[in-house]
Design a protein around this ligand. Structure first.
Ligand code: ZN
Length: 436
């Protein structure tokens, strides 16, 4: 807040209402005054008020895959954060965290790249889409499946939360381009070209070696088809060469649904300054990924490493969804004890906002957003689950970001790109009809 900028009249209003109320006031109680512009009023909002007021959107939460593995998880019940089986998202905690909209990630683990493997992945993706829709149907008083940017605004006004769907890994498309339309029709609004391994569409940033020198020729067709249908092209996880191929080819702005800055943490999953600048040029948005080792890789104590080694195998079995409830309970207890004795050295919300700051410096305020990767490995100290989202806003306010800035970071930028992608699709489609 900058008091010196407030006109004299509004100061007298503040003083007057202070006398009337005799205690603390919020700007919401101020009578409307032509002297106080909207911008000036916004400056006095607290971080909590800003968080409640702006549309908050998280572009990447991996709940559908957890639910696929553990069908007994009840998303409408509040789970105690921090347990091995509590997950990082449920409807109750989403509401607590003041998150208005989320892109649920329809993520498939990559196995054989043959017809059988592709068909299995397609069936799994369809199953996870069904799981997500069923969750929304069963909790229709709280959430609704959303397909367009306007849905999020509409639902926020109704006090409901928007559930969008994005697909992480183009693997379920296999070699069949008609699957892009099939997934669009089922509600998918972004597709991450690859996950951590190369697929039929292109090279990943974390596979052992390159296979396609970027996008494959099928990958090129898929990007064009996504432009045509109005699916956002997500360049998180892809190899730098794939990224540059997409940037050259795409007719619509791109997104990185969960990617951070390589200059702050040198990881191939993060984006170089040149890539960030290219996304700015392209009109797109990069959503900071709140994943500890991409934010700031910190050393762990030898004691923790040793202790974690003792439950490593069990955790692998658990993550594959192949553990009985009794065994989960035993594992939970062991995990709890390890965390108590040898807590994990994790980056903080301030470290996350360092990435936001840096990206805003490189790209400008109109191209940065947030994609937590919760339930997919995301989480830092102070942002361990969806209920802690307000801590990000708090840190942004502390660093001097205005309400307008925060509105852009928390979803405004992503929704602008989403609208633009739909507009481009309409143009492409109307061009096609006029050519026929
Ligand atoms: Zn990911």
């Amino acid at each position: 807040m900058n008091l010196s900028k407030l006109p004299v009249l509004s100061l007298s209003i503040i003083l007057l209402s202070l006398t009337v109320n005799g205690c603390t006031i919020s700007n919401k109680q101020l009578p409307p005054s032509p002297e106080v512009t909207q911008e000036q009023q916004q400056k006095v909002l607290t971080s909590e008020e800003i968080h409640a007021k702006v549309l908050t959107v998280d572009s990447h939460i991996d709940w559908p895959y957890r639910q696929f593995l553990y069908p007994d998880f009840q998303p409408n019940i509040r789970h105690q954060p921090g347990e091995i089986d509590s997950g990082q998202w449920d409807i109750v905690r989403m509401e607590e965290g003041g998150l208005d909209a989320v892109f649920m990630s329809i993520y498939t683990v990559q196995k054989e790249r043959d017809q059988g493997g592709h068909e299995r992945a397609k069936a799994e993706a369809i199953k996870m889409i069904e799981i997500t829709k069923k969750m929304a149907q069963e909790n229709s008083e709280k959430v609704e499946i959303s397909l367009n940017p306007q849905d999020a605004e509409r639902l926020e006004k109704m006090g409901k939360m928007a559930i969008f769907m994005g697909m992480e890994n183009g693997y379920p498309i296999g070699k069949d381009i008609s699957n892009v339309k099939l997934f669009y029709d089922q509600g998918i609004r972004y597709i991450t070209i690859t996950h951590s391994k190369n697929n039929e569409l292109g090279d990943s940033s974390t596979d052992k070696k390159q296979e396609w020198d970027g996008l494959s020729s099928l990958g090129e067709k898929v990007v064009k088809e996504m432009n045509r249908l109005g699916i956002m092209v997500d360049i998180s996880h892809v190899h730098d060469d794939t990224f540059w191929d997409v940037i050259k080819l795409t007719k619509a702005p791109v997104i990185a649904s969960h990617s951070s800055a390589r200059s702050l943490e040198n990881h191939p999953r993060n984006m170089s300054d040149e890539m960030l600048k290219a996304v700015k040029e392209n009109g797109g948005v990069v959503q900071v990924c709140i994943f500890d080792t991409y934010i700031k890789k910190l050393p762990q104590t030898a004691e923790r490493k040793k202790a974690m080694k003792t439950i490593e195998k069990e955790i692998t079995v658990f993550r594959k969804g192949k553990m009985s409830q009794a065994k989960i309970e035993a594992l939970k207890e062991k995990y709890r004890q390890i965390n108590e004795k040898y807590p994990k050295n994790k980056p903080t919300v301030a470290d996350v906002v360092d990435h936001i700051d840096y990206m805003v410096k490189v790209m400008g305020i109109n191209h940065v957003g947030i994609g937590s990767d919760l339930d997919g490995g995301g989480g830092v100290l102070g942002m361990n689950d969806v209920s802690e989202m307000p801590n990000i806003t708090k840190e942004l306010v502390a660093r001097g970001y205005t309400e307008e800035d925060i509105q852009k970071i928390w979803g405004g930028n992503l929704m602008r790109v989403f609208s633009e992608v739909q507009k481009v699709a309409t143009e492409i489609q109307s061009q096609e009809t006029s050519e026929k």
